[in-house]
Design a protein around this ligand. Structure first.
Ligand code: DAH
Length: 344
């Protein structure tokens, strides 16, 4: 039995020696060491031996099984390392390669400019009107009549305002000023609101004009509101938005819904006031219209102009963005060219 054990051991060693893969090792282990393996068969026969032999042969069988186990294990590890190295060599990973580019979207510069302006006015105590007080599809009533714009005013002309076929008085709003009326109707002062939104005009498109653009309307009605308050708020806004060093000027102007009225110009950033194509040679770009709310407008919404006064303004978002980021053509905002948009 002893020789039988040694023979099995030797042939197992020979096989291990000839093995060339992990698979071979697994097979050899199965053949010799599994429950149905050759050693187990012999161990089963041990019970028929005399006690003395049982002990010596049993001990020898255990010793041989362990040695075999050790040889299998070291061979296995050798193959494992070899196969792993081959695999690593084949599937080499170049960690210096750049990753795949996954473009991510971000906020459009007009939206971020609007958000920035809104935040400034909120910090000055203004709140944003609800959407239903600032509709893009408006009636002439809110867009013109209630704003003291005469029936024969040229702004109502087909050349400026987009009329719809739905009804003769339904238009695409030409200004956000109608939001003033919605904000005042049925309410008592103090009223301190802003209304950002899109407006439409039938313009010839060029570097400074598009047939739709964005405005932010502002309105403050209370007792004792003066032109000084208006100037104070707008100067503060400009100081925060542009920084203190940007030259600005108030220029007197006319709007049917304010009296007196003014416009604010900001020095052209493209030419620093020298005059260029963007500012049509003037060195300035108009960014907003403003004034003291006309008593007729207050009366129209049931606010007594002898008790209350107010100021209003409407600013162009595209103009303000162009002047901050040195964008020389308004059309860039609407072409959706990612080379432009990516810069913000
Ligand atoms: N709505 C005017 C425009 O689009 C701008 C404007 C001027 C708004 C004076 C105002 C204002 O609120 O008081 O040209």
């Amino acid at each position: 039995m002893k020789t039988q054990l040694e023979n099995i051991y030797n042939s197992a060693l020979l096989e291990i020696d000839k093995a060339s893969s992990i698979n071979d090792i697994d097979e050899i282990r199965g053949k010799y060491l599994s429950r149905k393996g050759e050693f187990n068969e012999i161990k089963k026969g041990l019970k028929n031996l005399p006690d003395e032999d049982k002990r010596t042969i049993g001990a020898l069988a255990n010793e041989i099984t362990q040695k075999l186990e050790t040889s299998l294990k070291s061979k296995y590890e050798e193959f494992y390392k070899k196969e792993l190295n081959e695999k690593l060599e084949k599937e080499r990973l170049d960690v210096t390669l750049t990753g795949k580019y996954t473009p991510t979207g971000h906020i459009h510069p007009l939206t971020s400019t609007t958000n920035e302006i809104v935040a400034i006015f909120q910090s000055l105590g203004f709140s944003v009107v609800p959407d239903e007080h600032s509709p893009e599809v408006e009636t002439e009533y809110y867009n013109f009549d209630m704003l003291n714009v005469p029936k024969d005013h040229p702004a109502r002309d087909m050349q400026d305002t987009f009329y719809t076929k739905n009804a003769p008085n339904i238009i695409l709003r030409s200004q956000t000023s109608g939001a003033q009326i919605h904000a005042m109707e049925g309410k008592n002062p103090p009223i301190r609101v802003i209304a950002p939104g899109r407006v439409y005009r039938n313009e010839n498109i060029n570097a400074r004009k598009n047939n739709f653009f964005h405005q932010i309307e502002g309105l403050y009605v209370d007792k004792d509101i003066t032109f000084g308050d208006l100037k104070g708020v707008l100067n503060e806004f400009i100081r925060i938005y542009f920084g203190a060093s940007r030259p600005t000027r108030f220029r007197s102007s006319f709007f049917p819904f304010t009296e007196p009225s003014a416009e604010v110009d900001v020095q052209c950033i493209m030419c620093e006031g020298k005059g260029c194509k963007t500012c049509s040679g003037t060195g300035w770009l108009e960014v907003l219209g403003c004034g003291m709310v006309d008593p007729n407008v207050l009366r129209g919404v049931g606010i007594d102009p002898d008790v209350y006064s107010g100021f209003a303004f409407g600013m162009g978002v595209e103009r303000l963005a162009m002047l901050k980021y040195a964008i020389d053509d308004i059309r860039l905002f609407f072409n959706n060219d990612v080379r432009f948009l990516e810069q913000f």
